[in-house]
Design a protein around this ligand. Sequence first.
Ligand code: DHK
Length: 148
Amino acid sequence: MKTVMFLNGPNANLYGLDPNGTYGTDSFPQIEAACIARAEALGFKLDFRQSNHEGVLVDWIQEARQTCDGLMINGAGLSYTSVAILDALLAFDGPIIECHMSNIWKREPFRHHSYISKAATGVIAGLGLQGYLLGLTAMQSMLADDAA
Ligand code: DHK
């Protein structure tokens, strides 16, 4: 069975708790459960993780080189700063989908440039949990194309 790692960066564990609703109303455990269920329905295993630490995310991306066929990543605040995460992603040989819950281009200018995008096969932003689920569908299709 194909395996996809879904990495979430700093503060993603607080989704659903923001009184402004920037990241929707679903809690992080609810988002995780919905993504795992969708991946199972699509026929692949999802390894869903979150860390507030850049080096941990780099280690996990390197681990994915050995264990995973595709990567989904919401680098959160590290998207705009981390050359280290970009370099780790560039060393990953497989499809990479960058996801953001919010529409980052509608927000402050410092959120308009993501280093991660340079390594991403595609980017989904602004659709909340729905975007994550659409990303999983796109991933399944890309992995099926790879197998053909
Ligand atoms: C999540 C965050 O935590 C922010 O730092 C990013 C991203 C946007 C999101 O929309 O999921 O700027």
